[in-house]
Structure formats: structure tokens, C-alpha cells
Ligand binder design. Structure first.
Ligand code: MG
Ligand code: MG
Length: 273
């Protein structure tokens, strides 16, 4: 591992360790997707996540992070990110985003999904769908030798082309590796062709946060939960990925991103163990 202007460049072995962490995160989120239902509390989801992460031989990275008490962030409806899991009970029609991170042998994975509770409103499900799709467009736009904001521009372009949703600007994706949050920032908007060059060994978490109404937001008195100012719903989707000579490899996706990238005409780039 070496650092190029603060950006951590991983070796092949370190990327493989990040894949192990990414799979723990991906499996935990798929487990939680199946547990989301009206009547379950966000604290119960958190307990399921922590148990699954620890029984996988990993450590939940959120727990204790700057004093955060959960192993997941659970952000419901107008909550954009960083919701603290607890007594809140999910209701039919809610929209919940679940963010999760895990550490294996010192290497991090970070991902998030947004899920409707029961029969959520079509408008909310569309918000979640476009959020996720914009993230994939970001991966599809990432190429070795390209620039970081190629990702940002692709995320923004998809949201703007398909909706009038807000794109949250106050929170961004990030480099990831031996720590959860590292340089560089990965904004979800902006012009392409700028920022650090995309090179092998770079790992980034791409995480669009989009809103039904305006993107303006504030943090609640709990010092964590970020909510929309207008009270309208938000969605948040995240994966950790890297680039190999073959293409993007989505470390927190169970299939490495193969299916979704193929849909977008992009070959995925797994490293062999
Ligand atoms: Mg996250
Ligand atoms: Mg993140």
C-alpha cells in the first residue's frame, strides 16, 4: 500500500481482503432486506446486522465510530442518512435506507440499500430505484485512466434525465480501505474529467442520496440523523468498488456487479483469489 496525495492505493491482496469485507456487508444487507417489514424496529434490524457481521468473523465498523451506537444506520422516510437504530417501529408504506459497514483483517466495506416497507408508495419506490440506478451509472462510467468526477457526472446525469429529484450535496462518497472514510471525496454531481485519476488499487464508496423534494437538509438534535428540510422522503444507495484492467468490480455486491454492469454494457473486473 502506498499513498498518492493522501489517496490510499491498495495491493492486489488488500483488494481481495476488501472483497471479503464487502461480501460480509453485502450478505448482511441482503439478510436485512428480507427482515424489513411493518412491526420490526430499527433496533431489531441493528441487532440482526451486528450478530451476522460478528458471526462472519468481521467487526461492525459503524459501532463506536465517533460514538455512534449502531452497527447500521437506519434512515426512515424524510431521514436521508445517519439515522440511529433504536425503538422506532417500521410502518407499512415507510421507506427505509440501511447503511452498513464491516471490517475484515483491517479492511473495510461500506454499502447501503433503500427498501420499501410492505407495499410502499410507487412514488417512493421510484425514488429508490432511480437512486440505485444512478449509482450503477457511476460505476459504468468509471474507467482506468479516467477521472473521479466522471463518476459524479454520470450519477447526476441519470438523476436529472429521469426525474426532478434533489441531489444531496452536503454528503458525498469517499475513498475507503484501511479506514472507512478516506480521501478523495466522491460527489454525486458535477462536471466530468476532473479530480484524481482512476487507477488500479483505488477503492471508492459511491453513495447517491436523492430527495423527492428539495435537497436542503439539517441534522437533528441527536447530532446524527440528517433529514430533509421540507419533510419529503429521501433515498440512499451505496456500494464500494474498485477498478481492474477488466473493468469495475463492485466489492459489496454479491455478484461483484456482474449482472447490473452487463445490463449497462460494461464488463466487470473481478480478481481471481
Ligand atoms: Mg455507508
Ligand atoms: Mg460511505
Amino acid at each position: 500500500m502506498f499513498r498518492d496525495r493522501g489517496i490510499e492505493i491498495k495491493t492486489r491482496e488488500q483488494i481481495l481482503a476488501m472483497r471479503a469485507a464487502g461480501l460480509v456487508v453485502g450478505r448482511t444487507l441482503e439478510l436485512l432486506r428480507g427482515e424489513v417489514r411493518a412491526g420490526i424496529s430499527t433496533g431489531e434490524l441493528d441487532a440482526i446486522a451486528e450478530d451476522h457481521i460478528r458471526s462472519s468473523g468481521a467487526t461492525p465498523s459503524f459501532k463506536g465510530y465517533h460514538g455512534f451506537t449502531g452497527s447500521i444506520c437506519a434512515s426512515v422516510n424524510d431521514e436521508i442518512v445517519h439515522g440511529i437504530p433504536g425503538d422506532r417501529v417500521l410502518a407499512e408504506g415507510d421507506l427505509i435506507s440501511i447503511d452498513c459497514g464491516a471490517i475484515v483483517d483491517g479492511w473495510h466495506g461500506d454499502a447501503a440499500i433503500t427498501v420499501g416497507v410492505g407495499t410502499a408508495d410507487a412514488e417512493l419506490l421510484e425514488l429508490a430505484r432511480i437512486c440505485e440506478e444512478s449509482m450503477w451509472r457511476g460505476f459504468a462510467a468509471a474507467k482506468l485512466g479516467g477521472r473521479l468526477t466522471d463518476i459524479s457526472a454520470a450519477v447526476e446525469a441519470h438523476v436529472r434525465a429521469t426525474s426532478s429529484y434533489g441531489i444531496v450535496e452536503d454528503f458525498v462518497g469517499h475513498g475507503i480501505g484501511s479506514a472507512m472514510h478516506q480521501p478523495p471525496n466522491v460527489p454525486n454531481f458535477g462536471r466530468p474529467g476532473r479530480g484524481p485519476k482512476l487507477v488500479e488499487g483505488l477503492a471508492l464508496a459511491v453513495e447517491p442520496m436523492i430527495t423527492l423534494g428539495k435537497q436542503d437538509n439539517h441534522t437533528l438534535d441527536d447530532d446524527w440523523t440528517v433529514v430533509t428540510d421540507d419533510g419529503r422522503a429521501a433515498a440512499h444507495t451505496e456500494h464500494t468498488f474498485t477498478l481492474t484492467p477488466q473493468g469495475p468490480w463492485v466489492l459489496t455486491a454479491l455478484d461483484g456487479g456482474e449482472a447490473k454492469l452487463a445490463e449497462l454494457g460494461v464488463t466487470f473486473g473481478p480478481l481471481a483469489d
